[in-house]
Write a new protein. Structure first.
Length: 80
């Protein structure tokens, strides 16, 4: 890991099927959690969601609003 890494940074994992990991530092030790992503239904841009995101939250892209759903371990964006 880079010496410049800090908690909250996203790291692309070459062994994780294209998933990004969000770095954390707990009790002086580094940890990584999955950084959830969702594709915009309009433009297909891949959006990285904040750590505290939950189903039912609203996101915006392309001037439109989308409600997040969570099924089978992944988020999806649906027209709000």
């Amino acid at each position: 890991m880079s010496a410049a890494a800090k908690p909250g940074d996203l790291v692309e994992c070459p062994n994780c099927a294209g998933h990004a990991l969000r770095l954390k530092q707990e009790a002086g030790c580094w940890a990584a959690t999955l950084a959830y992503r969702v594709s915009c239904p309009t433009c297909e841009e891949l959006l990285t969601l904040p750590e505290d995101t939950k189903a039912g939250d609203i996101i915006e892209c392309c001037g439109r609003r989308y409600r997040l759903t969570f099924e089978y371990g992944a988020f999806a964006a649906e027209e709000a």
